[in-house]
Ligand binder design. Structure first.
Ligand code: GMT
Length: 375
């Protein structure tokens, strides 16, 4: 197939899923055309089946807000027409689904038919899309999509609950490349960070409010009272400074390292004993799956799609959002016994394997064919 993929080319979960999906499809022989405003992170190599089309937004003094969506729709029209694409797959509804709808209409006026699939990732439904400034457009463009997928059953149900959706939504979960995300021998790194054999606890995110980064610090401070430990904070964003301040207030800075954005996050996960994800809302929790693949048990909230990933008492534990006491209690329980920790680690890997790329990729390929055939 000739597939056009539209996504945010950043480090965010939806961009990572879109890029890894495109790379895997290209490896299977499909021609994959990325249509984005800059080269997606992790797409910095040559492959005969991968193509990149940059959307550049012409500016003009009149525009307080350059019309990105129009530039994107125009680029989609161009790529579909001249590269003869079979299907467009847009990741994150805003504004990609409505831009795809516009491109489809323009192409139809020229006698060219192109179906498009919209994948809902999370905040496009749970946060931003629900805002009245976007809701009518999000609802319309989901209903006009030729196929719709959501990354968890919870996100699918949430979409039906909060939007007036007539379209069928297919659940296709996030996936993991176990070749990349696996336990790697990084003992020297572990020794440098935890010279006295302290337990290593990790959090990775974009440090936005929805991630409740301060809860990570609160949970860690409680763990530290019982278990010698170090906290590794990977990523960056607006909540980093408040979290750093909280560490200073609690007097735990010597035990916390803010590592910033890391390309090789699997190396940090390889030395970790526990992963903390206390999110307010999390449609799937790709970062937790990455941790599990590296044999790291997860302490998480029970929000959104997390119960579909983190099995309570098996791969980790879940608590109500904000219940830092319960999260700390569960973390101390897992870390408190070496045999128990080992069991949780191997359970985490075992469950992560059910989301292996090779199992999820055919679900997308099958769905593409279905949508093309019925359109
Ligand atoms: O987590 C983020 O804030 C980034 C966001 C995105 O859209 O880039 O991630 C969402 O999509 C990921 C991939 O499908 C999911 O694994 C994340 O759970 C989801 N984030 C939220 O729902 C907050």
């Amino acid at each position: 197939m000739k597939i056009g993929i539209v996504c945010y080319p950043t480090f965010g979960g939806s961009g990572v899923v879109a890029t890894e999906l495109g790379k895997a499809l290209a490896e299977k022989g499909h021609k994959v055309h990325f249509i984005t405003y800059s080269q997606p992170a992790r797409l910095d190599f040559f492959s005969e089946n991968l193509f990149y089309h940059e959307v550049s937004v012409a500016n003009y003094p009149l525009f307080d807000f350059p019309p990105y969506e129009l530039a994107l729709a125009s680029k989609m029209v161009d790529v579909v027409k001249y590269e003869k694409l079979d299907i467009l797959h847009v990741h994150y509804a805003i504004p990609h689904a409505s831009a795809a709808y516009m491109a489809k209409q323009i192409l139809a006026s020229e006698g060219i038919y192109i179906p498009f699939i919209t994948t809902l990732h999370g905040t496009d439904i749970t946060l931003v899309g629900r805002d009245i400034t976007y809701k009518p457009v999000v609802t319309f463009s989901i209903n006009q999509s030729d196929g719709v997928t959501a990354v968890s059953k919870h996100l699918k149900d949430d979409t039906y609950q909060h939007f007036d959706i007539s379209n069928e939504i297919r659940v296709i979960p996030n996936f993991i490349d176990l070749e990349r995300f696996k336990l790697k021998p990084k003992d020297h790194f572990k020794k440098a960070i935890a010279p006295s054999g302290e337990k290593l606890i990790t959090h990775t995110s974009n440090f936005r409010k929805v991630k409740r980064v301060n809860d990570v610090v609160e949970v860690f401070a409680r763990i530290l009272k019982e278990v010698p430990a170090k906290l590794l904070m990977v990523g960056d964003g607006p909540e980093r400074a408040p979290a750093e301040q909280m560490c200073r207030n609690l007097g735990i800075c010597d035990n916390v390292r803010f590592l910033g954005k890391q390309d090789a996050v699997e190396e940090v996960l390889s030395v970790s004993d526990l992963f903390i994800m206390p999110s307010e809302s999390e449609s799937f929790g790709l970062a937790a799956l990455e941790a599990m693949a590296c044999q790291v048990p997860v302490i998480s909230s029970n929000s959104g799609g997390l119960p579909e990933l983190n099995i309570n008492g098996v791969t980790g534990f879940m608590s109500n959002v904000g219940d830092v006491d319960d999260m700390a209690k569960n973390a101390i329980y897992i870390l408190g016994d070496e045999e128990r920790l080992k069991t949780f680690k191997s359970n985490a890997l075992k469950h992560a394997k059910t989301f292996e790329l090779s199992l999820i990729l055919p679900l997308y390929e099958q769905y593409y064919l279905e949508v093309i055939e019925r359109s």
